[in-house]
Design a binder for this molecule. Structure first.
Ligand code: AP5
Length: 219
């Protein structure tokens, strides 16, 4: 567990390919900074599980590894960052995913971002991680080899079933990586031009990467 400290307002984006460890690190860093971890993937999966209108619109696209249309994601995200618990800052995990989403965020006063953490990890490692990833419906993340739950198939934190995400099937992972390269990776250059990018080598022990991120964002 990472020690929590008082930190001024901090609005962060975690950017990186599927399986880079954004969700794993966002949980740790959010706890340490006392800000909410806002994952558009987790929010959309909750809509799918709840069979809401948005969930029904998003479900097939997510299962195929395609992006959900910007207007749907933007409406959901903007509501979330306007919530009271995000007034002191937040970590965005999985958003923005393309230039229109980044520009829409930038146009909001609450979208003034302090740092963008770019996760650097090679593709082979990402495929290995996603093949072994398991998670519960609340988004708590495990890995069958590297980070198994204490009781097989059961979340340590909430007792929910821990299972494989449907979009972690190998052919879907390949498509998600292609979508990332085409739509999302160009955002690194966009945020570089704004002087906001911090590059983090995202392989090695989880705790070590957390400390690197905390050190870099507090500078
Ligand atoms: P989303 O849920 O955002 O998925 P993603 O970006 O593909 O990222 P992942 O959750 O797969 O990976 P991660 O980087 O968080 O890695 P994790 O920490 O889990 O999006 C899913 C779908 O929703 C999209 O395809 C799209 O359809 C839709 N969507 C979401 N946002 C959208 C948007 N803004 N616009 C449009 N559509 C959107 O780690 C992975 C594994 O590795 C775990 O098993 C973990 O234990 C392990 N691991 C983590 N760190 C390490 C380490 N250091 N060493 C070894 N193993 C590690």
């Amino acid at each position: 567990m990472v020690e929590r400290s008082e930190t001024p307002l901090m609005r962060l984006i975690f950017l990186g390919p599927p399986g880079a460890g954004k969700g794993t690190q966002a949980d740790q860093v959010a706890g340490a900074l006392g800000v909410p971890h806002i994952s558009t993937g987790d929010m959309l999966r909750a809509h799918v599980a709840g069979q809401t209108t948005l969930g029904r619109q998003a479900s097939a696209l997510m299962q195929a590894g395609e992006l959900v249309p910007d207007d749907l994601v933007l409406a959901m995200l903007m509501d979330r960052i306007d919530a009271e618990d995000a007034a002191g800052g937040f970590i965005l995990d999985g958003f923005p995913r393309n230039l229109p989403q980044a520009l829409a965020l930038q146009a909001k006063p609450v979208g003034a971002i302090d740092r963008v953490v770019a996760f650097i990890v090679d593709e082979e490692e990402v495929v290995r991680r996603l093949a072994g990833r398991r998670s519960c419906s609340h988004g708590h993340i495990y890995h069958v080899d590297d980070r198994p739950p204490l009781r097989a198939g059961v979340c340590d934190l909430d007792g929910e079933v821990v299972e494989q995400r449907p979009d972690d099937a190998e052919e879907v992972v390949r498509n998600r990586l292609a979508v990332y390269a085409r739509e999302t990776e160009p955002l690194i250059r966009f945020y570089e031009s704004l002087g906001l990018i911090i590059e983090i080598k995202a392989s090695g022990p989880v705790e070590h990467i957390t400390q690197q991120i905390l050190g870099a964002v507090r500078l």
